[in-house]
Design a binder for this molecule. Sequence first.
Ligand code: SAM
Length: 236
Amino acid sequence: MLLGLLLLCSSLPARSDRPQVAPERLIEEVRAFYGTLPPDVGFEAPSEAVITALRKVPRPLFVPESQRDKAWENRPLPIGHGQTISQPNVVALMTDLLQIEPGDRVLEVGTGSGYQAAILAEVGAEVYSIEIVEELARSARERLRELGYGKVHLRTGDGYHGWPEAAPFDGIIVTAAASHVPPPLVRQLKPGGRMVIPVGGRFTLQYLMLVEKDAQGTVSTRQLLPVIFVPLTGSH
Ligand code: SAM
């Protein structure tokens, strides 16, 4: 089984030839994680759109070859440059928290491997994603194109400043921990939009925050869960 997975994943196949290894155990673990969430998070179960996306996006192809045998496990994995691909249960929850409707414009800060961007694209978002490490941005671009996610817009740079030319966004997802909610990102959120962002110290206690801007432009922030993310870097 393991050998089969490794062989199937040894190159980047065309979209129709993707390995169809069903990550059912992973899906079960994601469902179990939602069952542990406090009621105020607002989800008792993952949405069907997110489950479908988790099944469809081939996570083994987003990690280095040395990590592929672990890629259907519910854990973060190293992707080089001291960075990680996030844990699937957190990818699922952050995606659900954005309440994406097909065609919504979503900004991601921290492209990393491109996995979260592919999940967002699968649930119907028009994705804009920014990565600060040039080499990660280059390989994510290539990977997303080869896997059929060529419509994801990618940019190299400091995502703290957002993507003003593409704003406003229906949703913003930040996949590295910031010391505070970046004001430029709040400005680039549409009225009615939502942002999910881990906020806290470098490798110390961080909380996943939900930032909502109502139709009148009033911003409210809720602390949802303790999390651990790599830090948001850059000279902002
Ligand atoms: N979403 C990614 C994925 O699906 O693989 C995982 C993201 S990883 C946990 C965090 C990423 O944020 C890293 O790739 C890191 O280089 C990037 N990053 C850190 N600070 C950043 C910044 N200021 N602007 C853009 N990207 C940043």
